[in-house]
Design a protein around this ligand. Sequence first.
Ligand SMILES: *Cc1c(COP(=O)(O)O)cnc(C)c1O
Length: 440
Amino acid sequence: MENQVSLQKSGRARADVLEELKQLHQQDTKWHDGRAFSLVYHESDEHTEFLKQVYTMYFHENGLNPGAFPSIRKYEAEVVAMASRLLGGGDRAAGTMTSGGSESIMMAVKAHRDWAFATKGIRNPEMIAPLTVHPAFDKAAHYFGVKLVKAGLDSGQRVDLEQVKSLIRPETILLVGSAPQYPHGVMDPIAALAALARDHGIGMHVDACVGGFMLPFLKKLGVDVPPFDFSVEGVTSMSADLHKYGFAAKGASVVLYRDQDLRRFQFFVSKDWPGGLFASPSVTGTRPAGSIAAAWATLNVLGEDGYLRIYRDLLETMKRYRAGIEKAGFRIVGEPVGTVLAYESPSVNIHVIADLMEKRGWFVDRQMNPDSIHLTITPANAPVVDRYCLDLAESTEYARAHPELGGEGMAAMYGMVAKLPDPTQVNQFLYHYMDQRYQT
Ligand SMILES: *Cc1c(COP(=O)(O)O)cnc(C)c1O
């Protein structure tokens, strides 16, 4: 029954289509009940209603042309300015908003590539990033013709500095560290990486997609956060996602540069198009104005006190998850700094645990190297912490009593993937998965 869907001659009634949407929507993961641990960042029903109101006010406007919509220009400039001051950039740092972390990262890589070509004539640029770095860097490398060299980790999942040092070559244009990285919520040694970059006269990007709108507030709450932002000399660019821990609407991130001169290399302009003079800050052409306005509105409505309140609660929730996870016999991977963590097991197959937790209605993020389960804690996860920890303890007991489960479900697939003699087979599998995804 494939590929039978085609545009119907006459349209359906809106009420009819809405009804179908509602029914399909009900089958999705219940993030509102705290059943997912990433993907959705919901602060409160009140805030979400506010975001919808702002977003729909700017539903049709286009962020591409600020000439037509001066209010959007103001919002974007102010969001960038607020982010810059929050992240140690003061008046000097410059940036733009983008559609998300991936686009911010792509832009930072492109800007450094063009900077290195213009100032040093480097034609075959390379960058060095930790093994744990977000795949958006692999994507940026692939799209923009920059070679990405991965550096290994220490036992705490932080990048190994000696390895980074040994990988620097005359073609290296950029070092990357995460604050914190997504898989385990662990911080790379940003200050040491930045010092290396400065010594070699190259760029240093801090991926604070997770931490950009979290770490500044944790610091104020007394958490021991190592220096990670523009206050560290040598940091030349940063990415920080508003649509994650900024609690804005989706489609909002900022990319920041040490100064305007470096940002210049991000822009794209064209003077010869019959459609007129064209200037665009980033990858996208048309830009949804709703997400820009919603980001501005969020920063204004929360203020520093709002974020402090959110993170005071989230740290408490994090503590309770940690306690329950450790009590059930699991180990936290590395030393997470904020409200993102992963746990592994010294005695049971974690992928079996993942299968059992999914049977109990949790959406589980499985990870490999080390085999672990990822948690990004958001306010929605607070009311269900006891339920989660109880389910985890019971699932662990069940897994202990049923060793045969390792040969079933997703656990069997992860077991197979780990044993494949040719790792490129996994890519073939993923390509196949993507083709399947678009079957109707
Ligand atoms: C989410 C994330 C990204 C990518 O951001 P998107 O908004 O999903 O494109 C990059 N880096 C880190 C550390 C992230 O957590």
